[in-house]
Design a protein around this ligand. Structure first.
Ligand SMILES: C[S@@+](CC[C@H](N)C(=O)[O-])C[C@H]1O[C@@H](n2cnc3c(N)ncnc32)[C@H](O)[C@@H]1O
Length: 377
């Protein structure tokens, strides 16, 4: 519901005057006033400017939470769910807002991810999403999905939508949104998505979500380091709602975890690198802080930081070494992503490393969901 007509009449402005000031037709303005059309964020801003009223008041009053009506429970689906990063993040956000959330569908093609998800959330995710008919998915309010990044990543093949085995998975998200018409969605992807194919990939995503599906959409590049996790992990968050919104992407997180909070005290010998590798690393680099995580880049250069560089699912075994000596344990990797210690590890170390490298930084995504939900309904 918008209050355009109410404010316009209050200000004794005619429909014609307002439409001219905003640069839209009177007919379109009339549709908006009768709640038959949802304006783009830009038009919504122009209307509220022309009326000299805060956009929140004209289109939604986010300051008065009593006026925000949330479904009870808020039903969501967890696509490309991996080991449930979105599940944890949304749970934190729902709790902070005093809301009830309910996952009604999850999907991941990887059987080890399914095993881990089932052990931790009591539900086995459906498999390949390309084989799931959108109609068969229960109704839901919010879609969460960190769609696979290989096709968009600088580490991947740089093929984007041309890679028809992976690049099309975004279109599975789009087809489900089209059929199920959720109120909102939150998507996650790698930093490189924005620059991929000279911006054309992102443009296609935006055009699909905004122009074809009719959602108000925004995105931002965020870094897990700014959300209290000692991991430099930059990811794009794309948010969309049927309702116009203005997201403030500045977050102030005071509580910060350090490597000391993350690192385990008694680490099994199997996690240590060979004496040769340790000696080679130490001959090449001296750390200025302890503890530190030593990072080897693609050219073999070593650098160290009081935080971890981004965990990667398919990275070589020794590219991150704690104090130049040992690999991160699976539990440490999960902690670097913000997973709680009661997350049950039920698959091999190798699979857990891959899963942690694929996951989302829970604290970062939780902060975004918490703020966004107050505007999305
Ligand atoms: C970037 S990871 C997402 C991880 C997740 N957000 C988390 O926190 O663990 C992408 C996931 O998509 C899954 N996937 C890839 N292709 C899929 C398909 N066709 N159907 C369902 N899941 C798929 C992969 O197995 C992987 O777990």
């Amino acid at each position: 519901m918008n209050r355009v007509q109410e404010f316009r009449k209050e200000r004794r402005i005619t429909q014609c005057q307002l439409a001219t000031a905003v640069g839209i037709s009177r007919n379109y303005l009339s549709h908006i006033e009768r709640q038959h059309a949802v304006p783009s964020v830009q038009v919504a801003f122009k209307i509220s400017d022309a009326l000299s009223v805060d956009i929140d008041k004209v289109f939604f009053d986010i300051k008065n939470s009593a006026e925000v009506s949330y479904p009870k429970p808020i039903k969501f689906i967890d696509l490309f769910c991996g080991i449930g990063g979105f599940r944890y993040a949304s749970d934190i956000a729902f709790k902070k807002l005093g809301l009830e959330g309910k996952c009604v569908f999850s999907s991941d093609i990887d059987k080890y991810a399914q095993e881990a998800y089932e052990a931790n959330f009591g539900e086995r995710p459906a498999g390949d999403i390309t084989k799931v008919e959108a109609k068969s998915i229960p109704d839901f309010d919010v879609l969460f999905g960190g769609f696979p990044c290989q096709a968009f990543s600088i580490c991947g093949l740089m093929k984007g939508f041309e890679d028809n085995t992976r690049g099309t998975l975004f279109f599975d998200i789009a087809r489900i949104i089209k059929e199920k018409q959720p109120q909102a969605f939150v998507l996650e992807n790698v930093k490189n998505l924005v620059s991929h194919d000279n911006g054309k990939t992102m443009q296609t995503i935006f055009e699909t979500l905004r122009d074809e599906l009719g959602y108000h959409v925004d995105y931002h590049l965020l870094n897990a380091l700014d959300f209290g996790l000692p991991q430099k992990r930059e990811r794009i968050l794309i948010i969309g709602s049927k309702k116009p919104f203005k997201m403030d992407w500045n977050f102030k997180i005071d509580k910060k975890k350090t490597l000391d909070d993350i690192l385990e005290k008694n680490v099994d010998k199997k996690h240590y690198a060979s004496p040769e590798i340790v000696a080679k690393r130490k001959s090449m680099h001296t750390a200025t802080v302890t503890p530190s995580i030593w990072h080897e880049n693609k050219s073999g250069n070593i650098s160290s930081y009081p935080y971890s560089c981004a965990l990667r699912a398919g990275a070589s075994y020794n590219y991150l070494l704690v104090n130049g000596e040992r690999r991160l344990t699976p539990r440490e990797m999960l902690r670097l992503q913000g997973f709680p210690d009661d997350f049950k590890i039920v698959v091999s170390d190798c699979q857990t490393r891959k899963q942690a490298g694929n996951a989302i930084p829970v604290d970062m995504v939780a902060a975004v969901i918490e703020r966004f939900l107050t505007m999305a309904f």
